[in-house]
Design a protein. Sequence first.
Lengths: 383, 607
Amino acid sequence: MPVIHRRLFLGASAALLLGRGAQAEPAKGEPITMGVSGPLTGPNAQYGAQWKQGFDLALEEINNDGGIKGRPLTYVFEDTQSDPRQSVAVAQKFVADPKIVVELGDFASPASMAASPIYQRGKLVQFGFTNSHPDFTKGGDYMWSNSVSQADEQPLSAAYAVKRLGLKRIAVLHLNTDWGRTSKDVFVKAAKGMGAEIVATEGYLPDEKDFRSTIVRVRDAKPDGIMLMSYYSDAALICRQLKQAGVTLPIVAASSVFSPKFIELGGDAVEGVHTASRYFPDDPRPQVRDFVTKFKARYGKEPDAFNAYAYDTIMVMAKVMREFGTDRKSIHDGLAKVKDVPSIIFGKATFDPKTRRVDGAMNVELVVKDGKFQLNDPKAAAR
Amino acid sequence: MSSWIDYTVNGIIIGNIYALLAVGLALIFGVSRLINFAHGSVYVVGAYAGFLAVTHLGTPLPVTIAIVLVIGGLLGLVIERFGLRPLQGYAHIAPLLATIGISFVLDQLVQLFFTPDPRAVPSSLLEVRFQISGGTIGALDLVIAGIGLASAGLLYYFLRYTRLGWAVRATAQDRDAAQQMGVDVDAVNRTVFAIASGLGAVSGLLVGMYYNYIDPSMSFQATLKGVVAQVVGGVGNVPGAIVGSLLLGLVESYGIALFGTSYRNLFAFVLLVIVLVWRPNGLFASKRQTPPEPMTGTFIAPSKPVHIPAKVLAGAAVLAALVPLVFPHPYVLQTLTNSWLYALLGLSLTLIAGTVGLVSLGHAGLLAIGGYASALLAIKCGVPVGLAILSAGLIAAFLGTLMAFPAFRLRGHYLSIATLAIGEIVSLVILNWEWLTRGPIGLSGIPPLSLFGMELDTDRSIYWFTLAVLVVLAALQFRLLSSHLGRVLRAVRDDDVAARSYGIGLNRYKALAFAVGSFAAGISGGITSHLYSYINHETFNAQLSILALTIVILGGMGNVTGAIVGSVLLVGLPEVFRVAAEYRVLIYGLVLLLLVRFRPQGLLGTV
């Protein structure tokens, strides 16, 4: 396949450019194949494209470093448009294909969870790396996820908003999807527990572009700060319209806004927006530095949260396969046993065999300043 | 209350934006009696053309608008020439399908060229904002309003005082008469498509600048809101479209003010249904106007159906039943199982739209009712799955008929739009009725399919179960069509005035057909929910309604075999084209266009 050749070639040249000689022989031989079920066309296609970037970067690194015991690791990406009708067909395809050793995805919950019964029956691990739906891993013991659970993330956002920024009356705007709704519920509970009052909650549909009237409603509730449970594109729209409406309250946004696109789309309206993230570009952690540098060299832009999830996922898979074997059963059993996988998101990831999730995501508090995400240094904030 | 002033201003601003879309749609409808589903795609193309001009050429706003206008106009000419002109003289249903195909192709091309990432479109206007009450309006708001009003004014002048404008109006009133009077109707069509598409493209640019945001998937929502706005004003009526748009914007804004953001679209669609039921031809249809829809016949063209002997059909059913034994590949079985489930939906719609002539665009709503009914009965009341699915069919039949009943007095496109609204209302009620449906969190842990206590847990057993349900319902529908009742239903479709004068109670027969059809759709939704184990309000989305209609038109209206063949093709083709990766939706759209081009009456013809 020409694509793979080009990938290998690019990989080799990138390695040379970075002055990092290959430590091991590049992998050869029969490839080990992972199945990816996700959106490459349709309304969520942008997320599938970001996954690919994260995957390709991680695979280049792994395959230049000897692959999995000398065999290259690769993936087959089947487009489902994140539509359950297609994700179940793809699930059957992967389960029946002996080459596929593990499945990654899908993107949205309806598509992912509709396919779960098939993966469970077929005893193929479905690794949902963006599936934060609380019921996803309850589909069976073959459903695993390293997505940051909202029960984990939102109390940290609440602490940022309430304890750090001192907000007392918070208005929450959330995507009216399973993710946004779960996030909002956890956040509201945590913020109330810290003594803040929630003065408004407004759920909006994912394809909404106009928030002017929602903003009037929020303004009339007289909040002293606004919390956004949004993805970067809708968060940017909301921030712009808040500015146009003359609302200048502090804004805190969920970590999913952490993307260069947020700043590109939001312009100066997103200056001063607070968010938490699992890492930030100038993070001193070596694996983050490595990831960010290589990502920029390859794609000419800063990585975002979805790139990082995809990259981390391949790293988990590579470690599991290197240590426990490359057949379906070994991967299933290995996920329960693998310890301390170096991770952008978690620092070190270890799965809880009961929930089949990872706890303890890293947390850095960021603020948008001069068109960049910057560490919100407590000393600077005190000034 | 100053807030009410803010809500009003906001409603007008957003209404302004809808107006730009609605005017183009109204113009096209006025002349070609066609809801142009490709309009949203032209809007996307316009947005991206403007994006290129601004970011790469650095053009100032007036130049950008001119460039986009020209590109949109040219695109309109291409769509008219290659997509629609070849279909002239066929029933209106064929060009409708063609516009759906064109929109697939355009959206996909934009996505391939520009990647699916959203882009920022910098506005070259000064950020001047005027304080009004608690909020502000910006220069771009005024530009949008100005362009909306100016284009409406120019159109008014053009239609009223120019020869070509007269020709456009004459063609809109009576195409054949206009042609006999020497009007070049092709030229009129071209002009209208060019103007409307130019406007559509400019609105894409302006909206992109307004939000500083464009992405290739924004076309469907744009079409939806534009269509709603123009139908409220009365289809084909340009000033009506503007007022309808402002009204829509205001209702949405007040809806948010009163009940919260998550009720926004619910209000828009309820408004639409009320307007349609109250004034079936839109708010501004004058009494003198000839009915915008032909009285009889021409919406669905009569054609000679391909005759397939009963023995061949029985043979095909047996062959289908043998597939799991001969070729037991689970992926193939799953794809065929999906096809059978959509064939059930197709059976439902082909009866309602094809046999009785109620072209519904909200069929996903029936699937959703069936899916939720069956899942909730099984989860909350512990009803056995087989019985739950059966009950889901009955519940869908009852609720579907009840909701559609007020729409039975509507004709043609008005009925289609009313059902589209009803479908959206179902989805929004599911989203907001949280104690029952868990809202966006959805229902998980739906028990798997089982029959008489036996779990159907192999791909084969699921395949045979859905096939059996399909065969039984298809056989019943064949029986229905060849009975006296079937002939009555077709009589209602072909000439309802004649049917009524024979003493046929139109509404009763329409309701009967709707109930029978909704039953099949409810069953399909019920089985789907148990198959998926998890559903939420997005599982049965509006795109499925479009897919259902595509299946039915492709197979041939009212044609039972056609619905099954159409479903196998439309569910199967995207799977076959998998090798083409990112290009597969593009190929799918092109194949759809070719099919409409060469079989506009459907593959197997109208029954």
